[in-house]
Write a protein that binds this ligand. Structure first.
Ligand code: ZN
Length: 196
């Protein structure tokens, strides 16, 4: 990135599951212009306000194939960046180790379920200037690269859960949804009942 796109953006409301933009294939990024750079800045600001590790453009209501991330890997090293038109490559089935840990989504806040995913992932695409990028992820970063790329293909992580796990996820979300204002994180999360 020529200039630092991780600062100077404005916080946008996060789109929730059920909104059509979240469940459809996105358009590829073709113009690497100021408009894209402004979007990336806003996505960083929004991800940080929501204390997330990744954010896809669909989560701010745009059907465009771009995501940002700021996420630790298996060694706790934080990686940050932007990937346009991402493609994820996973190890072959026989070389694959599955990591079964909890996953959540800023577009369905307050709920988590265990989802097994390969513990290594490589994501290729382009940066905000259109130059090729390749991000190799382990640990949470491997999960993040897969989760965000799924978003841009119109898939949310509940689509990968069993019926039972999906039901538990919905229940948990329903119980905590009142803590998240409609325009969250523009308006911060409400504190829980004991503090009101
Ligand atoms: Zn998500």
């Amino acid at each position: 990135m020529g200039d630092d796109l991780t600062t100077g953006g404005k916080v946008l409301p996060i789109t929730r599951w059920g909104t059509p933009v979240m469940h459809n294939q996105t358009r590829p990024v073709e113009k690497f212009d100021d408009e894209l750079r402004e979007l990336v800045r806003d996505m960083f600001a929004t991800m940080r306000a929501a204390q997330g590790v990744g954010l896809a453009a669909t989560q701010v209501g745009l059907d465009l194939a771009v995501f940002v991330f700021e996420c630790p890997d298996a060694d706790e090293t934080v990686h940050r960046g932007v990937v346009c038109n991402p493609v994820v490559t996973l190890p072959n089935r026989r070389d694959r180790n599955l990591d079964s840990t909890e996953e959540g989504c800023l577009s369905y806040p307050g709920s988590y379920q265990i989802l097994a995913r390969p513990d290594v992932a490589v994501c290729t695409g382009q940066d905000a200037d259109g130059n090729p990028v390749r991000v190799e992820g382990t640990g949470l970063l491997a999960r993040c690269l897969q989760h965000e790329t799924d978003h841009l293909n119109g898939m949310v992580f509940a689509d990968r859960l069993s019926t039972r796990a999906r039901r538990l996820l919905t229940k948990q979300h329903t119980e905590l949804a009142h803590l998240y204002p409609d325009d969250w994180p523009v308006t911060p999360r409400r504190s829980s009942a004991s503090e009101d």
